[in-house]
Design a protein around this ligand. Structure first.
Ligand SMILES: Cc1cc2nc3c(=O)[nH]c(=O)nc-3n(C[C@H](O)[C@H](O)[C@H](O)COP(=O)(O)OP(=O)(O)OC[C@H]3O[C@@H](n4cnc5c(N)ncnc54)[C@H](O)[C@@H]3O)c2cc1C
Length: 332
């Protein structure tokens, strides 16, 4: 079987399929696992510029999170989190317990990938086509994999461009028709003083920013004055094709409007564009399954648009495939 994408959805699908006894190959275009659970390094600074933290409500995910806590890959985060509104900051309403992966958000994906038999990176899929074996997965550079079933976990907008079969393009296109993925510009900045004096992070309900977070305030991070700021979907959509330098300036201006932040100076700043950040209205299906073609589509956009949803969507895809998959051949 083949899985496209080594984000949390692809990796949880692959591990569940391996647990069922299937032989699985995971491919990802990136240099390492994680997808949107990403950690970027600049000199001594580390920024989680995608997912910031996660919650665990589903019992199966909670059980997995507890196992990661025991193995040291995850820690609870009791951060002081505020909400900025009308030029003031107040305490954010209590939420289910928050967790972060340590030392960076990609750590749990790295741990999962290490457990798998065959994970291939810098393997960008160009096309997937139905074949005698089931599926033929072809990379940009001509490498191929034959698989009896396929799981695709890319963002939904990137699924149909991979498909070769016109009939399937139409069917899948229809299933994904109403899904809209919102973009998000992320700013990574090193500051001479805290952006928020008494808070580790804040949801921002006014202006161009949606979230700001002191990276060092989370467990396992270096004590550097590194901050991640996320723009709102609306601002990110409007500035989707704006150059990174201009985005940096725009978001720093927005940051200086935060309460008490007018005199903050910036020692380093870089911007990253997430073209497909989160689904505006995610599906509730867990995963999409095209039985005749033995094709599963999975990802956070099938299950809540969060880290937890990505994990559960991978599991849902593995169940669909596992239910019809050939029984594994006994060894020896
Ligand atoms: C800015 C931002 C902030 C967020 N904040 C939070 C948060 O605080 N809490 C929370 O719970 N969630 C948050 N999320 C959402 C969370 O990051 C996602 O829900 C989760 O990481 C999605 O995992 P996934 O496996 O579904 O997709 P992804 O992580 O996107 O994985 C898809 C993988 O497919 C690979 N791929 C794509 N195309 C190809 C190709 N052609 N060939 C090979 N590989 C390919 C990509 O490289 C990628 O690794 C945030 C996301 C963003 C962007």
């Amino acid at each position: 079987m083949a899985v496209i994408g080594a984000g949390l959805a692809g990796l949880s699908a692959a591990r569940a399929l391996e647990d069922q006894g299937h032989q699985v190959v995971v491919v990802d275009k990136a240099r390492g696992p994680g997808g949107r659970m990403a950690t970027r390094r600049y000199e001594a600074w580390r920024f989680d510029h995608g997912a910031q933290y996660f919650t665990a409500r589903d019992p199966q995910f909670l059980q997995q999170v507890m196992a990661w806590c025991e193995s040291g890959h995850v820690e609870p985060w009791g951060g002081r989190i505020g909400v900025v509104e009308n030029g003031r900051i107040a305490s954010a309403p209590a939420e289910t317990e928050r967790f972060v992966a340590v030392p960076g958000m990609s750590s749990i994906c790295r741990a999962l990938a290490r457990e798998l038999a065959d994970c291939r990176f810098e393997w960008r899929v160009r096309q997937v086509a139905l074949s005698d074996a089931g599926w033929r997965v072809e990379a940009m550079d001509g490498r191929t994999i034959e698989a009896d079933a396929l799981v695709i976990t890319t963002p939904p907008d990137q699924v149909t461009p991979l498909l070769a079969d016109p009939g399937l393009i139409a069917t899948v296109g229809q299933a994904l028709h109403d899904l809209v993925m919102e973009p998000c510009w992320a700013l990574m900045a090193v500051l001479d003083q805290p952006l928020l004096a008494d808070w580790d992070a804040a949801f921002v309900n006014e202006g161009s920013l949606a979230w700001v977070c002191n990276q060092a305030a989370r467990p396992g991070r270096p004590a550097a004055p590194a901050w991640v700021l996320h723009a709102t979907s609306e601002w990110s959509r409007t500035h989707l094709e704006t150059g990174a330098a201009q985005v940096v300036d725009g978001l720093l201006d927005a940051a200086r409007l935060l309460p008490g932040a007018a005199s903050v100076h910036v020692e380093f700043a870089a911007a990253h564009r997430w073209r497909y950040s989160r689904a505006r209205q995610p599906l509730e299906s867990g995963a999409l399954w095209f039985e005749q073609q033995r094709l599963a589509l999975a990802g956070d956009w099938c299950a809540g648009s969060r880290v937890e949803g990505a994990f559960l969507s991978g599991i849902a895809a593995s169940r669909r495939i596992g239910a019809v998959g050939d029984p594994p051949t006994p060894a020896g």
